[in-house]
Design a protein around this ligand. Sequence first.
Ligand SMILES: [Zn+2]
Length: 183
Amino acid sequence: MRIGYGWDSHEFKTGVPLRIGGVHLPHDKGLAGHSDGDVLLHALTDALLGAVAAGDIGGYFPPSDPRWKGADSAIFIAEALRQVERAGYTVANVDSTLILNEPKIGPHRSAIQSCVAGMLGISPGQVGVKAKTPEGMGTDNAAIAQVVVLLTPVIKKQVKRRARASSSSNPKKRAPSKAKRTR
Ligand SMILES: [Zn+2]
């Protein structure tokens, strides 16, 4: 197994759309910066890359490169996933914390979970999204994201699946474990 960690921050600016976790949130300010300013997806990209020691987001998508100006951050996630797959891993789960004064994330939590899960090919139940206000930090005009990911090796999973398939010759033994898994 591998663990990965990512952190990102962006400043709020008026007249910019707000995108967090690939979801457009209605707000009078958005996050300025390189690409679409999606602080959660940038932290997630770094977490994925970090888990397989494949560098960081800036190495693949330099802010100085005009190609990434206003770019959809889903592109960054796709590249990080390619690196994860190349290293022989798959995403087990993601957990994240957003630190921002506003808007409230609660009403958009399930949309963000679904969107991120879709990008990673996992279920929304494997994507934790938590939010806090920046008490005493003096970062009221910024959004910060912290993300951890857990990866499992693809090969070991396939071996397990094969073992499960061969144990299915004994239906009495297999039935209870299957019931457990689907619960
Ligand atoms: Zn960023």
